[in-house]
Write a protein that binds this ligand. Structure first.
Ligand SMILES: *Cc1c(COP(=O)(O)O)cnc(C)c1O
Length: 371
């Protein structure tokens, strides 16, 4: 049996009629840039999250960059974040001349360790970017408390966590700004790149809307430096169809995660995802930890099961960021996790038979490899 870690095709085929119709409507209307579907999707996401403003942009990465431009990040400014995330989180800080100041992660949740944040704050600190990794919220009470005391912006990197909750409140609603990605693999995935920025702050919203169209409100009148980063009408039309199913899909992910958790509970040598009791985890990834990571990945590959490592190199050790001068050993928990984490197949359209096959195969590996 072949089990992919992810495929968008099954979801498309399930919704083919609805999606084809939506695409055809945009093709017929020809309003490809900031068309009606973009506004409609923005208002549906705002409603879903309970926020005032949702602004569609071209990708999750652009969402982060524009958010940092909106808070006026200047060369030399410092932004506190996690080294255990996708590159975009720190790349956008660095592109604007800022410095990512990393804080090691919590060993259980893989999210930024809030107890280590305060000691990293300097007079140059401008913002904190917590990442809700794998679909589980970061420790928002503690993070917001620190941000308030030191007057720092908080930008939530919610790329992996649309629909996740912290203490019965949706992520994206805690920080000054939140950034969402609709990259095809994300829980709400477009048919290409797409992203969104949400905020309750009117002033920031106004600025973000200008930045996404070259810093202008009126065509050819440019008040601030901006970029070209709009959410395609075509992508918005597809996402409008899919948004209705997001909660159902997230529930199915949680159901699959529970199957995996129950099945691996008594296996020695494997750590299943830990979820804080007050968190609603949406399992963007189902990521386990084991010292035999590479051998397990190889074993599963030979049985047709795809896996992935999120992420094999923590950001402070990436070559692109070497000029910041971080060294191995600076963030030991993130470094250890990068050697031991493994993501198993996880998407709502996985069949029970496929999940059972993954479970059986993982069990087999640990039976053979017991010391
Ligand atoms: C996917 C992702 C991004 C970037 O989103 P794109 O839409 O791919 O640009 C940023 N941060 C995290 C944590 C992500 O997982």
């Amino acid at each position: 049996m072949q089990v992919p870690i992810f495929t968008p095709v099954r979801q498309y085929l399930n919704l083919k009629e609805e999606i084809d119709k939506a695409i055809q409507k945009v093709l017929n209307a020809g309003n490809f840039i900031l068309g009606e579907e973009v506004r409609e999707f923005e208002s549906k996401v705002a409603e879903y999250l309970g926020v005032k403003h949702a602004i569609g942009v071209a990708s999750g990465t652009d969402a982060l960059q524009i958010a940092l431009m909106a808070i006026d990040l200047k060369p030399g400014d410092e932004v506190i974040t996690t080294p255990f995330t996708f590159v975009a989180t720190a790349e956008t800080i660095a592109l604007l001349g800022g410095k990512p100041i990393y804080v090691d992660i919590d060993e259980k949740t893989y999210n930024i360790n809030p107890d280590l944040i305060e000691e990293k704050i300097t007079e140059k600190t401008k913002a904190i970017i917590p990442v809700h990794l794998y679909g589980q919220s970061a420790e928002m009470d503690k993070i917001m408390d620190i941000a308030r005391r030191y007057n720092l912006y908080v930008i939530e990197d919610s790329a992996q966590a649309l629909g996740a909750e912290y203490k019965n409140r949706k992520v994206c609603t805690f920080g000054d700004i939140a950034c969402i990605s609709f990259f095809p693999t994300k829980n709400l995935g477009a048919f290409g790149d797409a992203g969104m920025i949400v905020t309750n702050n009117d002033e920031l919203a106004e600025k973000i809307k200008m930045i996404r169209v070259h810093g202008s409100k009126i065509r050819y009148k440019h008040e601030i430096l901006g970029v070209n980063s709009r959410l395609d009408t075509l992508q918005a039309s597809i996402l409008l169809v899919k948004l209705k199913y997001l909660d159902r899909w997230n529930e199915r992910r949680a159901e699959i995660a529970k199957k995996y958790n129950d099945a691996f509970q008594n296996l020695d040598g494997i750590i299943t995802p830990y979820c804080e009791p007050y968190n609603k985890h949406i399992y963007h990834q189902y990521t386990i930890r084991t010292e035999q990571r590479d051998a397990l990945a190889q074993f599963l590959k030979e049985r047709g099961i795809q896996t992935a490592v999120h992420y094999p190199i923590p950001l402070h050790l990436q070559k692109a960021f070497s000029y910041f001068g971080y060294k191995p050993g600076d963030f030991p928990v993130a470094e250890q996790c990068s050697k031991e984490v493994l993501s198993l197949p996880m998407f709502p359209e996985l069949t029970d038979e496929e999940v059972d096959y993954v479970v059986k195969s993982v069990n087999e590996f640990f039976k053979i490899n017991k010391d």
